[in-house]
Design a protein around this ligand. Structure first.
Ligand code: NAG
Ligand code: NAG
Ligand code: NAG
Ligand code: NAG
Ligand code: NAG
Ligand code: ZN
Length: 505
């Protein structure tokens, strides 16, 4: 058929059909779409004149980057590692990086810095390393440590001096400090247990690097600096409390760690007066009942001694293989009116399992927020309880990809949570372990890869506002964070609309 004839036939068909569809249909259609937009996260935000201009710039780039050849480079069906480097070239990313984001509410203390920052800590004198069976642990001491080591302790400074090049040595060392790999994804990363194993190894190595008191202080300060540079003005850090040590091997108490964070944060605020602060969520791995009880007791005590520092309590570990919350129910139930819970729950793709049903206990135990809540869409009653009780969901998309819970982010349940206007906060879980920024990468992937194409600056603003609303700050703290946020937001909007690099290319 020649194209003219084809068009004539087709156009006639289309005309014939439209003639039969009443106007009312189109009105209903528009009304439904408008209702969807109004319901979604950000639907109730209205933008002022400058914000509208900034939004147009943002949406122009969003459309462009989602449609052109860029879409082949950043393919959200593929693993995050395959497009991480390309994210940093995106204009949308540039805008998101500048954007004030409020608070960071779901991150784990030891996995916050990337390998390029961590490597500085290996230049400290007195640092020993133990390389054994593909594992690496560190220890700071004035003489060869008497800590167990399957091979032998060696001074890092000597190893570095003896190496053919400092750079090669550091590159090798960095591989123990991240699971990110810019050469693509080796097939192991598709297997959840394999990736968790690798992830735990990196966690252990990093933990050993930052257990020495002076380094932990520098690490804590550096962490806050990274947050600040990513336009985060407040953080709630999940932390496992243990005794940091001094050069002579003496160990501090677990409680000392809370003081260390308190003092370092105070110092950081002195240097950066618009940073609002840090609270800790004490975590305990889902291990022995007695250990959980002891951690819970300590949290209660600390909450009394340092109420400003302690937000609450959480249990951690790979959910699929760890024990369910029901194992600890008697003690968790007993303490629920005294301690705020922020439980990880539903970080699984298996419906009807004990892990999946942690969601029930998280809700019944009064969890203030739920970590991940990935499985929630499969439980309409729980979902409606979450909406009714206004329990925020801490969604960590990149973590879910890297830890192999979802392969194509467009299938991530966050899309539904955003569409239904659920109380969502975005976070990054363990950004240091995969060399991501504390929030910007996660905001980018959620905005470009997960949310509706219609999602715009209003959604981004609402997500940032949610992180204030659902934080553990008291009313006064929230008001202060909101004030800082608003000031920075106005500056950000002015920056976007005057940034010549964001003009049409
Ligand atoms: C809008 O932006 C311009 C600069 O581009 C600034 O002069 C003006 O004060 C802004 N208006 C508001 C309401 O912030
Ligand atoms: C570094 O090289 C020196 C001289 O060859 C050697 O004595 C020392 O054992 C080496 N140190 C390490 C940690 O390999
Ligand atoms: C659920 O997660 C496991 C572990 O990554 C994976 O092997 C499995 O394919 C996933 N199932 C679905 C339906 O995505
Ligand atoms: C924190 O600061 C207080 C007051 O300066 C000091 O007494 C305390 O020893 C410090 N604690 C830590 C862990 O740095
Ligand atoms: C925890 O506190 C309870 C109640 O105060 C007490 O009976 C128990 O012995 C404590 N357990 C541990 C392990 O600290
Ligand atoms: Zn987590």
């Amino acid at each position: 058929m020649d194209t003219a004839v084809f068009c004539v036939t087709l156009c006639l068909l289309i005309n014939a059909n439209t003639a039969d569809v009443p106007t009312k249909y189109y009105q209903e259609r528009s009304a439904l779409l408008a209702e969807e937009i109004h319901t979604a996260v950000g639907g109730k935000v209205s933008l002022n004149e400058n914000e509208t201009i900034a939004n147009n710039i943002l949406m122009k780039w969003k459309e462009k980057e989602l449609s052109n050849s860029n879409a082949q480079r950043i393919n959200f069906a593929k693993h995050y590692f395959t497009y991480k480097k390309d994210i940093e070239k995106s204009k949308v990313y540039k805008i998101i990086r500048k954007m004030p984001k409020g608070g960071l509410l779901h991150v784990h203390s030891t996995l916050l810095l990337n390998e390029d920052v961590l490597i500085q800590f290996t230049y400290e004198d007195y640092l020993y390393a133990c390389f054994a069976n593909n594992d690496l642990s560190f220890y700071y001491a004035t003489k060869t440590p008497d800590q167990p080591c399957a091979t032998k302790w060696e001074l890092v400074s000597e190893l570095r001096n003896n190496a053919s090049s400092t750079e090669a040595f550091d590159t090798q060392l960095k591989q123990y400090l991240t699971i990110y790999n810019d050469k693509g994804v080796d097939c192991d990363y598709q297997d959840m247990n394999a990736v968790w194993q690798r992830f735990s190894k990196v966690g252990k190595t990093m933990g050993s690097l930052i257990s020495y008191r002076p380094i932990r202080e520098r690490y804590c300060y550096e962490t806050l600096k990274q947050f600040y540079n990513d336009n985060i003005m407040y953080a709630e850090i999940r932390i496992s409390l243990y005794g940091v040590y001094e050069l002579d091997g003496s160990k501090h108490t677990k409680e000392y760690m809370v003081e260390l964070y308190k003092n370092t944060t105070a110092k950081f605020i002195e240097d950066h007066p618009d940073f609002v602060g840090v609270k800790l969520i004490v975590t305990q791995s889902k291990s022995r009942f007695e250990s959980v009880l002891a951690a819970l007791n300590m949290t209660r005590r600390l909450k009394v001694e340092m109420p400003d520092m302690i937000a609450g309590f959480d249990l951690v570990g790979q959910e699929n293989t760890g024990k369910p919350l029901t194992e600890y129910l008697p003690i968790l139930y007993e303490a629920k009116d005294e301690i705020n819970y922020y439980f990880h729950a539903g970080e699984t793709n298996l419906s009807g399992t004990a892990v999946d049903e942690n969601l029930v206990d998280a809700i019944l135990l009064g969890s203030k927020r739920i970590g991940h809540g990935y499985a929630l869409t499969k439980h309409p009653s729980l979902m409606s309880a979450v909406m009714k009780k206004d329990i925020a969901l801490e969604v960590n998309v990149i973590s879910n990809v890297v830890l192999s819970l979802v392969h194509d982010v467009r299938n991530h349940p966050l899309a539904s949570y955003l569409a239904m206007g659920a109380p969502v906060v975005l976070s990054s879980d363990d950004p240091g372990a995969w060399s991501a920024e504390p929030l910007s990468h996660d905001f980018f992937v959620a905005f470009m890869g997960v949310a509706s194409k219609h999602a715009d600056l209003r959604m981004l603003k609402q997500l940032a506002l949610n992180s204030i609303t659902y934080s553990a700050l008291d009313d006064e703290g929230k008001a202060r964070l909101l004030k800082v946020f608003n000031e920075r937001w106005d500056r950000f909007v002015r920056d976007v609309i005057t940034d010549v690099s964001l003009l049409e290319s």
